[in-house]
Design a protein around this ligand. Structure first.
Ligand code: ADP
Ligand code: ZN
Length: 778
């Protein structure tokens, strides 16, 4: 019988002496268990290694957190095998795991299930094959291995050898045999064929980025680099906020810092937002560190990810480039962490363990005693405030490289020309073709005459244009012009978006899809009409507006196939696309010198979200997309079409004035006591029955209110907003209510959230999600 109790819970109980390990079993069990370490393994096993252990009738992968010489746990079961020849996670990563568990209120099982990719949670198969020839070995164990191999036709699994218990360090012996060329060791993940898969790098295609000589840093770059370099040489942790306008050459500063880290024999980690993980940046890093770059990204297959982890653990790489989850890359000798576009929302994980990759990166830097660079043209309000308060060191780059001017930005007020007769483009939107409704109600202006003129001219001058609209699909939703009925998702409280090419309407939250129709399901008339525009419609409009132009669209619909994103970007970089239309995917990262015109349509879409960050988000998105233009010799022009030209986010955007924007935004945050002046924890209850969720949410709300009055540790320190239905009240057939906890100190907030979890034991139907430092509160 296995008791699941931590050793320190029962100080009075009999301690059993021996060799034990505390092992976390990622995903499967919340809390670590104690296992016995067989004598044969005691010398080899280290903290941070993966081991194979029995769990019930299964054999599963665990990670050793601690080695113990005694335990009160009776009847521990033994570890079956060691899975790695070295620790997968170093002590800083293990500490990071513990920090994450405490800060995000997650169990260690969840935490390590997030850190270790799934392919490393299942057992790998290692096979040894004997090479032809005679080899001279003196070590007894090595001799026995060779003999054993000969007996079995020159091929054996490592697992088999482990089971036969030869004593001594099998892994060292195998490695030694491999190094003299006597054997080959092949590792394979069961169920994943790695051989015939196209690798991510292959998919990136041929680099368009020529390996160029190192650039001479300009004075601003030099100044920023020297500060970072100083820290690298001194050693120790420090966070830099590199605030550099778009095109100021931040990447070059990163590359220099990474080179310095390598010179000191340490690895670097560079995080970039998921969507902008472009081949371009990988090319630039590859050109500097040929063959020494690891890549971690969601487009990798399980097998590829597994191979990348192994490369990193084996120290075959100096630099790891990756998206959010790469913050857990097993770089043992970590010397530098960079978070590019640190303000980007994609650093926030919105499912499962809801961590913020940027914040975790800063903590990892602290635990690894290395510098962290947060880079952005539009820093998150929290980060900038941190720099003003001295927690981060601010480094500024105010000029674009080579004195290139920032683009000229103008707005077009959509309100001023609201008269339908003045909307020639809207009127040209096609009438139904096939059986699909494509009529638009004309409530939105699509592309203004002025923007159209610019687009045509830019095309004639053989320059590239970018059109940004943060909404995919053809029409935002379908409504019956006769009875007013709107097509809604059967599972979520949102409308369905029309996708014309796919001849269907689709929910952007749960992906529910059904065939498009022109018949109103309510009144049966042929009167359904599309309302609101999306990128698919804009693409169609552009084809008529700029005949002959090569037009491509980049959004989640056109990039769902593996490699599609890379192909689109490659052709954009090569100048084979004249006009690229897209959602926020097109806004960041790319440095393409042919782009001279950017048009932002319905630029205030993001202003209308019920979210205190909507102003910040809008300013960031538009600054990013504007920053794509004028990166070559020809200055850029940006046309922003908006219904809210006077909003401070748009006003400061026009003047490239981040500080002005920040000053206005911070006043608003202070007045309403929002972050960075407070911290938030969102508690979300979800369940299949509306009444039940509401009732539980109200009970929980009353209970927490009570605690803020009577519990000394949280008294007077926390404001509770809600409970109220979430803005998206139903998602994937589950109703959602939320409570927002707001307070100055995270300790008391976490304390109250912990009490909420205790008060609401996990049940099959009802769930409580705790989101610490929430980003998306829809
Ligand atoms: P950011 O990331 O700040 O938007 P990038 O790092 O993409 O800017 O740099 C913009 C362009 O300027 C790139 O093409 C880069 O090669 C070039 N560049 C960077 N530093 C220099 C420099 N010191 N001299 C000349 N060109 C530079
Ligand atoms: Zn849905």
């Amino acid at each position: 019988m296995l008791l699941i109790v931590p050793t320190d819970k029962f100080p009075g109980m009999n301690q059993e002496a021996g060799k034990f390990a505390r092992i976390v079993i990622p995903t499967l069990l919340k809390e670590p268990l104690i296992y016995k370490v067989p004598d044969s393994l005691w010398e080899q096993i280290e903290i941070g290694m993966r081991v194979l252990i029995p769990l019930g009738k299964r054999k599963v992968t665990g990670v050793v957190l601690e080695l113990l010489r005694e335990t009160v746990v009776q009847g521990t079961r033994p570890i079956l095998a060691q899975l790695d020849d070295r620790p997968m996670l170093d002590s800083a990563l293990l500490q990071l795991g513990h920090w994450i568990g405490k800060y995000y209120l997650a169990s260690l099982g969840e935490v390590f299930g997030t850190i270790l990719p799934p392919s490393l949670r299942s057992e790998t198969r290692r096979t040894i094959t004997l090479n032809p020839g005679t080899f001279c070995v003196s070590d007894a164990l090595e001799k026995r291995i060779l003999d054993r191999l000969r007996q079995s036709n020159g091929k054996l699994s490592v697992k088999r050898l482990t089971r036969e218990r030869y004593g001594g360090n099998l892994y060292v012996a195998i490695e030694q045999l491999e190094s003299i060329g006597a054997v080959n060791v092949r590792e394979r993940l069961p169920g994943h064929r790695t051989r015939n898969e196209r690798t991510f790098l292959e998919l990136c295609g041929t680099p368009t980025f020529e390996a160029q000589p190192r650039l001479t840093l300009n004075s601003e770059q030099e100044h920023a680099f020297r500060k970072i370099d100083h820290r690298l040489k001194e050693g120790g942790f420090e966070t830099f906020l590199l605030h550099g306008v778009t095109g100021s050459g931040k990447t070059e500063v990163y590359l220099r810092a990474m080179e310095e880290a390598r010179r000191a024999g340490r690895g670097s980690l560079i995080l970039i937002p998921e969507i902008s993980l472009t081949a371009q940046l990988i090319d630039r890093v590859n050109a500097r560190f040929p063959g020494r770059v690891g890549i971690l990204h969601s487009a990798l297959s399980a097998g590829e990810r597994w191979a990348q982890w192994w490369h990193i653990v084996r120290r075959n790489v100096d630099v790891v480039v990756g998206a959010r989850s790469a913050v857990f890359a097993p770089i043992a000798n970590l010397g530098l962490i960079i978070v590019d576009e640190e303000h980007d929302p994609s650093y926030k994980q919105e499912e499962g363990l809801r961590y913020n990759g940027r914040d975790v990166a800063v903590v990892r830097g602290k635990l690894s005693a290395c510098p962290v660079i947060l880079g952005s043209a539009t820093p998150a309000v929290e980060s900038y405030q941190n720099s003003l308060e001295g927690r981060y060191r601010l480094l500024e780059m105010k000029q674009r490289v080579q004195q290139r001017p920032l683009p000229f930005i103008e707005t077009i007020d959509l309100r001023s020309k609201f008269h339908p007769s003045e909307q020639p483009n809207a009127a040209k939107v096609p009438l139904p073709t096939d059986s699909m409704p494509v009529q638009t109600s004309g409530e939105h202006r699509l592309i203004s005459d002025r923007l159209a003129v610019f687009l045509r001219e830019n095309y004639r001058a053989s320059r590239q244009s970018l059109i940004f609209l943060n909404r995919r699909g053809f029409s935002n939703y379908l409504q019956c012009v006769l009875c007013g009925h709107v097509l809604r998702c059967s599972y979520c409280s949102v409308t369905l978006t029309l996708h014309k090419k796919q001849k269907s309407v689709c929910c952007h939250h749960c992906n529910f899809r059904r065939a498009g129709t022109v018949l109103c399901p309510e009144c049966g008339n042929l009167t359904l009409s599309g309302v609101g525009i999306g990128t698919e419609q804009i693409e169609e409009v552009l084809r008529r507006l700029v005949p002959g132009a090569r037009i491509a669209r980049m959004d989640r619909d056109t990039t769902s196939k593996k490699g599609a994103h890379q192909e689109l970007i490659r052709s954009w970089e090569k100048g084979e696309t004249d006009i690229l239309v897209g959602t926020q995917m097109i806004t960041k990262g790319h440095d393409v010198s042919g782009v001279t015109l950017v048009g932002a349509l319905l630029a205030d879409l993001s202003l209308n979200l019920p979210d205190f960050r909507s102003g910040e988000r809008t300013f960031q998105l538009l600054s990013q997309v504007a920053g794509r233009s004028g990166r070559g010799d020809v200055p850029g022009t940006v046309i922003v079409q908006t219904y809210a030209p006077d909003h401070y986010a748009i006003q400061h955007l026009i003047h490239h004035d981040y500080k002005g924007f920040f000053a206005a935004e911070i006043d608003f945050r202070r007045a309403l006591n929002y972050p960075p002046f407070s911290r938030l924890v969102c508690l979300r209850l979800e369940g299949p029955k509306f009444e039940e969720v509401e009732k539980k949410a109200r009970t929980l709300g009353a209970l927490l209110h009570d605690k803020t009055i009577h519990n000394a540790r949280v008294r007077g320190k926390i404001e509770i907003l809600g409970p109220a239905p979430a803005p998206i009240e139903k998602l994937r057939n589950r109703y959602r209510w939320q409570l927002l906890l707001k307070g100055k100190q995270s300790s008391s907030l976490l304390e109250l959230a912990r009490q909420a979890r205790q008060a609401l034991p996990r049940s099959r139907s009802m769930r409580l999600h705790i989101d610490v430092d929430p980003y998306n509160m829809l």
